[in-house]
Design a protein around this ligand. Structure first.
Ligand code: ES4
Ligand code: ZN
Length: 326
């Protein structure tokens, strides 16, 4: 409809997107076939019907299993390219995707295979689709800090292809403080810093991400409302939150989209953005997330414009690079 056309045409950036979370069941089966692997599902429909999650860990178990079909440079290219084509269709002009190298190095897929496939697709995305991008490596927080240090070392030959380092995976019991020293090193290397915090974890983890890891953005962050002093800090310092509405409802962070707090956060003056997180698993790419928020929470055009502008201004682009989109 006309309204969806408006949301599509808005220049939007996506700042919270896991490349492994864009692996559609169809591509998963294609890659399994290409690589001679057997999937524990009879077909695409059987796999899709397994996407019924009670919490974050239920999802992560399937997500890490699914990523097992990614083996060659071409696999990483095809994954990334398919995502960029979706972006073009949704009016996304800039992306800052995450990838989880430890998921792949643990299966003996070299860091170079991952970087080569992903960066070649991102470069084609700029050239053929006009979509700019900056890549973010994420450490898996359920693994040790030592493992994160090793991963950072292995990524150093590719440092110029990275804009930032993030922290993802199961939040409960894996607080940001566990990774303070490795993010000190990330800071010394001149890379940006982001972290998932306040998705399933408490407001305290958001404080730790800010004060100990020195993040420039908070991924999710929706549980900030449990601490009024934290809410005030996020407003005062205009720390961007990369909120993922369909993810939060699929993973039961909120029971229903009607209960999501994103519009309250926005109206309180926080720099909130809309993102898709793991769209192949949560039922929609970026535009579908805007539509879901509009339909359930009555986001009006002015608010949609604000959210899209926030996504550009919260990106790691330079002010000169942001200007044409603002
Ligand atoms: C993730 Cl939704 C979410 N939370 C934490 N880690 C993740 N990795 C991929 N999706
Ligand atoms: Zn995420």
């Amino acid at each position: 409809d006309a309204d969806t056309g408006f949301l599509r045409t808005l220049p939007k950036a996506e700042l919270h997107l896991h490349l492994e979370g864009t692996l559609e069941p169809e591509l998963m089966f294609q890659l399994a076939e290409r690589n001679g692997l057997e999937l524990p599902y009879s077909d695409v429909d059987a796999l899709r019907s397994a996407y019924e999650f009670g919490n974050l860990q239920d999802f992560l178990d399937l997500y890490y299993q699914g990523a097992g079909v990614l083996q060659t440079e071409q696999d990483f290219y095809d994954l990334t390219w398919a995502y960029l084509e979706r972006c073009a269709a949704d009016g996304v002009v800039h992306v800052e995707p995450f990838f989880d190298p430890q998921t792949h190095t643990a299966r003996s897929i070299p860091m170079s295979t991952q970087f080569k496939g992903i960066t070649r697709a991102l470069s084609d995305g700029q050239e053929k689709l006009g979509i700019s991008s900056r890549l973010i490596l994420c450490f898996l927080r359920h693994l040790s800090e030592e493992d994160a240090f090793t991963t950072l070392q292995q990524a150093m030959p590719w440092r110029k292809h990275l804009v930032a380092v993030g922290l993802d995976s199961g939040e409960k019991g894996n607080p940001p403080e566990k990774f303070q020293r490795v993010f000190d090193e990330v800071h010394r290397l001149g890379l940006g810093i982001v972290a998932h915090a306040g998705e399933e974890g408490p407001a305290e983890y958001i404080w730790q991400a800010l004060n100990l890891l020195k993040v420039q953005r908070v991924d999710h962050g929706v549980r900030c409302v449990e601490d009024p002093a934290l809410v005030q800090k996020l407003i005062d310092d205009q720390i961007p939150l990369t909120v993922c509405p369909l993810s939060n409802t699929r993973l039961k962070v909120f029971d229903d989209m009607a209960e999501h707090n994103i519009m309250q956060l926005l109206e309180q003056g926080m720099c909130v953005t809309i993102n898709s997180d793991d769209p192949a698993y949560f039922g929609g790419y970026l535009l579908q997330n805007y539509i879901a928020v509009r339909d359930a929470l009555g986001m009006n055009e002015a608010q949609a414009i604000q959210l899209a502008r926030n996504s550009i201004s919260a990106s790691f682009l330079s002010e000169d690079e942001k200007a044409p989109h603002l």
